[in-house]
Design a protein around this ligand. Structure first.
Ligand code: SF4
Length: 346
């Protein structure tokens, strides 16, 4: 397989590995540069793409261009291609053997571009990349990766053509992808810097369970990462008071603390005040007692999750450790939830 994008494009234009070459006017290898942070992946070329030999130049391309513009992304800064490089007749979905025949080209493109984020556009794109087992809905619930590269699965621009809601989701997803690419440092996310002074910080939070024995995860809007409700201990507050307040503020829920759970420690560089922060977070096991799930500004989603779902969704190992400990705790007699089986209001 060629080791350059140009070499690959040349090979693709002459390819006859599957039946799709028979009806094509032009193969459409894709556009973009090595090192592009964002890799956009569609399903296959349509009529306009086939005529011009370029990806996303028809109506769907206009929607994509508009969404990229609104997300502050220049088309010059992304690599755009499709699962199959030749147009399927009548714009039908590519067949499994066609996807398989074309996959080595895609794998080589990703290997050469080495993007920071892959954005799949539509159900066929995510299935073409990861296999038929997981579709768009599945991918949007989780945090899939390809060869270690995070995947953001969103809707195909053609689906957003006449659907304003999907168009908004597409724009928001591209904006999120852009933030992931730019690597905007999380307030708590940068590596400690040896030359910087240190300060200590204390937070507390909860692993909150519902009556069905599921734990509550919340997703931050800026990073798109799942975590547990928690926050900084304010002057005069006990750890328990902070945990209850933070859960209430971030989720709208009232909870009862069942027992202490565990403490995690980590260190990070904070760009906000240019210091390394030695952080200590104390977690409690808690059960929901009331309130209505209503996310604070800054959070975009919440999910009651089983143990395996939570482990799959959570980004940080610290959070996964807390959730493992929490599920172990509720399995013991002292960790039994008063409300379990009682049908607490959702
Ligand atoms: S779709 Fe891919 S595998 Fe099939 S002929 Fe075109 S380039 Fe070759």
């Amino acid at each position: 397989m060629p080791q350059s994008l140009e070499g690959l494009a040349k090979r693709i234009r002459a390819c006859t590995l599957c039946r799709l070459h028979e009806g094509r006017t032009h193969a459409v290898p894709g556009e973009g540069r090595r090192g592009s942070g964002l890799f956009l992946l569609g399903e296959g070329p349509g009529r306009h793409e086939d005529e011009q030999g370029r990806p996303f130049v028809g109506q769907a391309g206009k929607v994509l261009d508009s969404a990229l513009r609104k997300a502050g992304i220049s088309r010059d800064d992304v690599f755009i291609t499709n699962i199959v490089k030749c147009r399927p007749p009548d714009n039908r979905r590519p067949k499994a053997d066609e996807v398989a025949a074309c996959r080595p080209y895609l794998a080589a493109q990703i290997r050469i571009v080495r993007p920071k984020v892959i954005v799949t556009l539509g159900d066929a794109a995510i299935k073409g990349l990861l296999g038929p087992g997981g579709g768009l809905a599945w991918a949007r619930r989780g945090s899939p990766r390809y060869d270690g590269i995070p995947i953001l699965a969103t809707y195909h621009p053609a689906a957003a053509l006449y659907n304003r809601r999907l168009a908004s989701v597409l724009e928001a997803d591209l904006e999120r992808a852009s933030k992931l690419v730019s690597g905007r440092p999380r307030v708590g996310g940068g590596r400690p810097r040896p030359s910087k002074p240190s300060k200590q910080a204390l937070s507390s939070g909860c692993a909150v369970f519902d009556a069905e024995g599921r734990v509550l995860l919340i997703r931050r809007a800026d990073e798109g990462l799942w975590g547990l409700p928690k926050g900084t201990v304010e002057r005069g507050e006990t750890l328990e008071e902070t945990a209850l307040r933070e859960v209430r503020e971030e989720t709208g829920l009232d909870v009862r603390i069942v027992s202490p759970l565990m403490e995690v420690r980590y260190e990070f560089y904070s760009a906000v005040d240019d210091t390394n922060v030695e952080k200590r977070v104390v977690y409690f096991l808690a059960e929901r007692t009331g309130g209505r799930l209503q996310l604070e500004r800054g959070f975009e989603d919440a999910r009651w999750s089983t143990g395996s779902d939570a482990i799959r969704l959570l980004h940080y190992e610290n959070d996964r450790s807390v959730v493992r400990r929490a599920f172990a705790a509720i399995a013991t007699p002292s960790g039994k939830m008063r409300g379990r089986g009682r049908g607490a209001r959702r």
